[in-house]
Design a protein around this ligand. Structure first.
Ligand code: ADP
Ligand code: MG
Length: 245
């Protein structure tokens, strides 16, 4: 369900972590574009820079150099406050460790991004309930995260990620803390969300997981190593084809 509009552009992103005298070049000159409705996997081994890239794309951290555009807007030189607003309104996050608040209900967790966005209480509740029903948690929403299974916690985190209808959903190893059967269910849920029009960028070190996407950007030592796109004929998957990075 790609509509051709570039929703996110990274242009020459680099990141250097400085620790005393030591410099770690976590990302080196990364450039790519994501189209609205796309499902892209960023794949690479541990330490290749995936989480650094995801944090920068999600405005949780700043690049050392390079520019980024979200829905055509240059977000490279915004203030901390402006970045916080974008993070809340335009970006949905799903983490390996769920990152739910433990002392409030699942429903309240899902309402949280709308609270910051200033959406009135009644609409907040309605939209949170709808998002939770969509991820299959309609009957668990009054429980606290500790009272449900890992898979249900990740479903709650996914509901929270999509409830503000963000421009992009970023998922960093979303099945990393789940058994394989539960992981498969979570990946099916992402497939469904993408089919409904959500733009998904998934970070993983596993080929099986990456193959849910229609494009795989491989990163190695902080650089784009190669890019593959899924080839289909008559709606069935044929294989993967290398394309220009
Ligand atoms: P991945 O998610 O692919 O495992 P990361 O983005 O976490 O990779 O890390 C990329 C590189 O940057 C690694 O060498 C890692 O040690 C380093 N790194 C990541 N975060 C920091 C940090 N906060 N300070 C210093 N080095 C970091
Ligand atoms: Mg990581």
């Amino acid at each position: 369900m790609i509509n051709g509009a570039r929703v996110f552009v990274a242009d020459g992103i680099s990141k250097v972590y400085t620790m005393g005298d030591i410099k770690v070049h976590a990302l080196r000159d990364i450039s790519f574009a994501i189209e609205a409705g796309e499902y892209v996997a960023i794949m690479g081994p541990s330490g290749s820079g995936k989480s650094t890239l995801m944090h920068i794309m999600g405005c949780l951290d700043r690049p050392t150099s390079g520019s980024m555009y979200l829905r055509g807007k240059d977000i490279s030189s915004l203030s901390d406050g402006e970045l916080a607003e974008i993070r809340n309104a335009d970006i949905g996050f799903v983490f390996q460790n769920f990152n739910l608040l433990s002392n409030i209900s699942i429903l309240e967790n899902v309402e949280m991004p709308m609270l910051y966005a200033g959406i009135p209480p009644r609409e907040r509740r309605e939209r949170a309930v709808r998002a939770l029903e969509m991820v299959g948690l309609g009957d668990r929403m009054h429980h606290k995260p500790s009272e449900v299974s890992g898979g249900q916690r990740q479903r709650a985190a996914i509901a929270r990620a999509i409830v503000n209808r963000p421009a992009i959903v970023l998922a960093d190893e979303p099945t990393g803390n789940l058994d394989s059967a539960t992981g498969t269910e979570i990946m099916e849920l992402f497939d469904e969300l993408n089919a409904k029009g959500n733009t998904i960028i998934l970070v993983t070190h596993e080929r099986d997981i990456a193959e849910h996407a229609s494009r795989i950007i491989h990163i190695l030592d902080g650089k784009i190593d190669r890019v593959e796109v899924r080839t289909e004929r008559n709606g069935s998957v044929q294989g993967w084809e290398a394309v220009e990075a």
